[in-house]
Design a protein around this ligand. Structure first.
Ligand code: FAD
Length: 387
């Protein structure tokens, strides 16, 4: 029976997992199967400095090729896993090959959520999840005068900031009544809306996309209510869905993500799952959560490695996240959903403030805007108060 540890997905979580496993003393074969043609890279710059051209391709890479060679961690790139055979302990690839595993780790991340609207297939409509998306988007952006962004979450707003900084006209259409509603309070949303408006972005919150219009090529948006927005480039940024189908097809439970326990293990003791594609119990927050952030990819990857090495401890993070828009650094710690009190500390008008979220008197989350100290202190206190 194979001793090989196979990882499906060659992203951030796979990287941290493999590095921690090797670093922790696992001497056997580690093979990472990635459907993209690239060695593991960071995604955050894709909507920030890499998109704007401020940061080169080489800086995206999480580790140089020489590192992987030295560590004897093997890659199959451009290799899409299509099925897991739990009885045979094997993973089948689209190209017909199959690899046996001793332990399998699923680290397949997420993909863009595509709204089922007419015109979504038109030329000039983009999503942004990976390097190839940027390779398509960047030249189109260079030729675009008027950019429409569907979705006022972090990624949509970061791209809005990049496009606007290049002098393009930018419209952001958000179905909710305010941007970033899923993750933050009204004060922070209002701060970002006014920041973008001050830079000249047209923010249309409370507007639902009905269709993307155009004859072969996108020429604008049709909004519910009949309003039209002209655009020669449309970025659809309406969230992400976990890549969980490989797991569900082999009868591993999924529920908006692959269900794993606090050691990142599925119901099959030989199969783990890590990163954006997982849904896991948080004792700290009293519910199951799915996170889409570097912190989780990093820490859950390490937690799975420790568990496989027999040194596991329950994984129950205080999540953290950041976003860069213009000269504003947003940092958040904890999860604010379900808060019963949000206290603004500092002055939003001065562009330097934080928001403390409490539930039952306990600090559960902090959002900090250009305030690294509030973020650091908040993160520490959340850890103590939600323990
Ligand atoms: C544009 C953008 C900006 C972001 N900005 C931030 C930020 O500012 N801060 C932050 O904390 N987080 C940010 N994130 C989120 C962060 O990048 C993710 O949380 C992190 O990459 C998750 O790591 P992962 O390994 O779980 O998934 P990924 O890094 O997505 O890697 C999964 C890999 O698995 C591959 N895969 C999927 N299915 C298969 C298959 N069947 N066979 C083989 N390979 C497969 C995928 O193609 C992908 O390469 C951003 C994400 C994006 C897209």
């Amino acid at each position: 029976m194979s001793q090989t540890i196979i990882v499906i997905g060659a992203g951030q979580a796979a990287t941290e997992f493999a590095v921690a496993l090797r670093g922790g003393g696992f001497a056997g074969p580690i093979r990472i199967l990635g459907d993209e043609p690239y060695l593991p890279y960071q995604r955050p710059p894709l909507s920030k400095d890499f998109l704007s051209g401020k940061s080169p391709y080489e800086k995206l890479m999480l580790r140089p090729e020489s590192f992987w060679r030295e560590q004897k961690i093997e890659f199959e790139l451009g290799a899409t896993a299509t099925a897991i055979d739990r009885a045979k302990r094997a993973v089948a690839l689209r190209d017909g090959r199959s690899f046996e595993y001793g332990t399998l780790v699923i680290a397949t991340g997420t993909r863009a959520r595509i709204p089922p609207v007419p015109g979504i297939e038109l030329e000039g409509v983009f999503t942004l999840r990976n390097i190839d998306d940027v390779k398509r988007l960047r030249p189109a952006l260079d030729g675009a005068k008027r950019v429409a962004i569907v979705g006022g979450g972090y990624i949509g707003l970061e791209v809005a900031a990049v496009a606007r900084s290049e002098g393009r006209e930018v419209v952001v259409v958000e179905a909710e009544e305010r941007v970033m509603k899923r993750v933050t309070c009204a004060e922070v949303s209002a701060f970002y809306e006014s920041k973008h408006r001050a830079h000249g972005v047209d923010i249309r919150a409370g507007h639902k996309l009905e269709a993307i219009e155009g004859n072969g090529r996108a020429s604008g948006l049709l909004l519910a209510g009949g309003e039209r927005v002209a655009a020669d480039l449309v970025l659809v940024s309406t969230g992400a869905r976990p890549n969980e189908e490989l797991a569900s097809a082999t009868d591993l439970a999924c529920e908006d993500g692959i269900l794993v326990n606090e050691f990142a293990r599925t119901a099959d003791e030989r199969i783990y799952a890590i990163g954006d594609c997982t849904h896991f119990p948080s004792r700290r927050y009293g519910r199951k959560i799915r996170l889409e952030c570097v912190q989780n990819a990093f820490d859950q990857g390490k937690a799975a490695a420790a568990a496989i090495l027999g040194k596991g401890t329950p994984y129950d993070p205080v999540p953290w996240f950041w976003s860069d828009q213009y000269n504003v650094k947003f940092q958040s710690a904890g999860l604010s959903a379900g808060y019963d009190e949000a206290k603004v500390v500092g002055d939003p008008a001065a562009g330097h403030f934080s928001v403390e979220y409490r539930k039952g008197g306990k600090l559960i989350a902090v959002d900090a805007i250009n305030d690294a100290r509030a973020y650091m202190m908040g993160r520490k206190r959340i850890g103590e108060e939600t323990r």
